[in-house]
Design a protein around this ligand. Sequence first.
Ligand SMILES: *[C@@H]1O[C@H](CO)[C@@H](O)[C@H](O)[C@H]1NC(C)=O
Ligand SMILES: *[C@@H]1O[C@H](CO)[C@@H](O)[C@H](O)[C@H]1NC(C)=O
Ligand SMILES: *[C@@H]1O[C@H](CO)[C@@H](O)[C@H](O)[C@H]1NC(C)=O
Ligand SMILES: *[C@@H]1O[C@H](CO)[C@@H](O)[C@H](O)[C@H]1NC(C)=O
Ligand SMILES: *[C@@H]1O[C@H](CO)[C@@H](O)[C@H](O)[C@H]1NC(C)=O
Ligand SMILES: *[C@@H]1O[C@H](CO)[C@@H](O)[C@H](O)[C@H]1NC(C)=O
Ligand SMILES: CC(=O)N[C@H]1CO[C@H](CO)[C@@H](O)[C@@H]1O
Length: 758
Amino acid sequence: MIRCLLLIFLLIHASLAKNQFQPAKSQAPVKNWPTLSGEPPLVIARGGFSGLFPESSSYANDMANQLKFTEVALLCNLQLTKDGIGICLTDIRLDNSTNIAMIFPKDSKTYNINGQKVKGWFSVDYSSDVIMNNVSLVQNVLSRTNAFDGQLPVSTVEDVTGLKPSVFWLNVQYDAFCTEHKLSVSGYLEKAMRFMGINFISSPEIGFLKNMNGKVNRARTKLIFEFLDPDVVEPTTNQKYSAILNDLSAIKQFASGILVPKGYIWPVDANKYLGNPTTLVADAHKLGLEVYASGFANDVPGSYNYSYDPTTEYLQFIDNPQYSVDGLLTDFSPTASNAIACFATNETAKPKKGKALIITHNGASGIYPGCTDLAYEQAVNDGADIIDCSVQMSKDGVAFCLDSADLTGDTTAMPAFMSRSSSVPEVQKDKGVFSFDLTWSEIQTLKPQMVSPFGQNAGYQRNPEAKNKGKFMTLVDFLELAKAKAVSGILINIENAAYLASRKGLDIVDSVTKALSNSTFDKQQTQQVLILSDDSSVLSKFQGVPAYKRLLRVEEEIGDAPKQTVDEIKKYADGVVFARPSLISIENGFLKAQTNVLDEMHAANISVYVFVLRNEFVALPFDFYADPMVELATYVAALEVDGVITEFPGTASKYMRSPCVDLNGEIAIIPAEPGALLKQVPAITQPRANPPNPPLEIADVVDPPLPPVANVSSSTASPGTPGSPGAPAPSSSGMAITANVGLCLAAIMALTSLSLGH
Ligand SMILES: *[C@@H]1O[C@H](CO)[C@@H](O)[C@H](O)[C@H]1NC(C)=O
Ligand SMILES: *[C@@H]1O[C@H](CO)[C@@H](O)[C@H](O)[C@H]1NC(C)=O
Ligand SMILES: *[C@@H]1O[C@H](CO)[C@@H](O)[C@H](O)[C@H]1NC(C)=O
Ligand SMILES: *[C@@H]1O[C@H](CO)[C@@H](O)[C@H](O)[C@H]1NC(C)=O
Ligand SMILES: *[C@@H]1O[C@H](CO)[C@@H](O)[C@H](O)[C@H]1NC(C)=O
Ligand SMILES: *[C@@H]1O[C@H](CO)[C@@H](O)[C@H](O)[C@H]1NC(C)=O
Ligand SMILES: CC(=O)N[C@H]1CO[C@H](CO)[C@@H](O)[C@@H]1O
């Protein structure tokens, strides 16, 4: 029964991958690779595409075998059953990647394995038919989806070779343990090699490899010595792996190459930044030893230097004029294969091929604090088309760039200005310290602060070294920088205009209009100007200037855009910025279906921009394989949006300058197909789906006219504001005693405990 379902799945995917693209070795880019053989590096799929499906399941192996543009090896971690059948499972404990503990709850055993007591369920205690008929696979990395758990049987070695991978790699972790249990791995392999091609046999045990050395035809089967962590002791020589590393020529006696954790080549320091590379690859190549690097996974961020883009990490190991590793062992083989086929050819320095605009969100805010000079300079260097400024107003009328009017997120306003915090429901639900309550000179006493949108303590910080670096920029500074750097264009975002006019006496529209025309952005054709607002009345104020393109921001997630709403939008906007789920709906972390919104807008000649793209894999539905390039391919190449708004413009630029943006080209990054994966998920295992998003109504997109700008004299200014514009900011203790009508004691205490918690 299980096998039958499986076959259907295989067929779907086989046709999916083959109708457009014919993955083949010949399509690997023509380039002289500094690998030992001169061939492109080999991608080794650890248990197939185990980043998505349970390791070594048929889904995982089949996907890895299909989704590739370069040579991909399927790797099986060999375990032997009591009756000597080879099965593929990552861990010697069956309970780590199967549901066996549920099926045979009382069977756990404790064995001594290489000097360590290990408790669990072991294949050497079960005959193969018991395992094949009773046990199914589960995802063993807890951050990955469990949607495919319990559906798929354990694969035998023959199941994997039956898929006819062009390269098959068998990894033997525990030869000594098997021998203790009267099972001979070398005996198994000798038999297996008679009827199946095994291209690589790897093992961390020197004794085993020496034994195999006389038994394999090394022209057909390469023996690879696997290094474990430096401090682990190799069981047959009792030497630490770090010590063995000192004598590579001894390894050459019994192996063709070595498999090393990636840190052996590019060490990562305690702060998660890359150190200097070792000379291991060059040293090994000099001796004629191949080097394979292991430990790659899109969803295990390696170092801040990679800015959460797994492609950047792969390139670090292969795109170097002096040397490239000979292979990459990864849980996400499609990303590694794309890195080799699409990005390692220096094509990314070429002109942009993708048509979509690369628009930043607060500059390159994935790398530097948003809206600082550093973030904008990085964005320009990274190839952004349009840099953006979300305009905020200081109390004394200085327009400057920051994501939010609330300074507590992106600056060090807490705790210095805690006493100035207030509740402004027109702007946001939560209390905040608002820019329009502080003078520009007060704001300048603050530092920028980069906080991850995914929770600072969850391990997803962005470039912590630069956490408080950079300078805030006034709108005038920003425009000057845009001119000086000759970017293709700018985007100016305007929010809270009505509140600022009626309650604070600040005319944000007027400030922007004057700044733009003072720097002649209104009278030129060379640099695009996009005016973005969630307020239709703001956009109307910019009507009649041909140099400006007006974009409406629709923040709420919608499921449809009826014609009458589209017609209304058309009256004051040339484009719309939508949240990602408004274009492709999402269910339980999977893409569900493309909505009609994009087509409805395009039919009316309204441009569509998608907001906001972030590299961190936690922001990506499973269909994107924890790879921001697949998300880009989906929105840019498949949906053909007019622009992407991103916090990592460098990643978008790399994608759009690669040869793989063109879906009709020889090789392409294959977009996700909404719904394709979700179809494979049994309904019973999933939480109930959310109701679909509502359609966009006219009332959602039409705002009342802007109120007149109030004359807010100093006597009626917000209470408790000390000093005049330009006065130095009082110290925080001085601030605390200033009476603040808006804030009760309880709120102060709550805020204090919050800030202490950080
Ligand atoms: C399987 O083992 C790995 C490595 O020890 C561990 O990180 C992981 O959490 C385990 N998974 C399960 C489901 O036990
Ligand atoms: C990694 O980033 C750190 C901090 O920005 C920098 O000093 C270092 O040179 C980078 N390393 C590499 C290999 O790019
Ligand atoms: C890419 O081009 C640069 C500059 O032309 C060159 O220095 C570098 O070696 C090239 N990289 C590769 C991998 O060929
Ligand atoms: C107008 O632009 C000039 C530089 O081009 C700048 O020095 C000046 O401050 C600007 N004035 C206003 C009101 O923005
Ligand atoms: C769409 O807009 C462009 C300019 O923005 C214009 O040239 C073109 O004629 C319009 N097409 C339709 C069908 O309205
Ligand atoms: C604003 O009000 C003050 C006194 O409240 C008055 O002196 C001033 O002329 C007013 N300004 C405008 C532009 O009406
Ligand atoms: C508990 C259970 O389902 N055991 C089955 C495991 O597989 C063997 C051999 O196929 C069956 O005989 C058992 O009934």
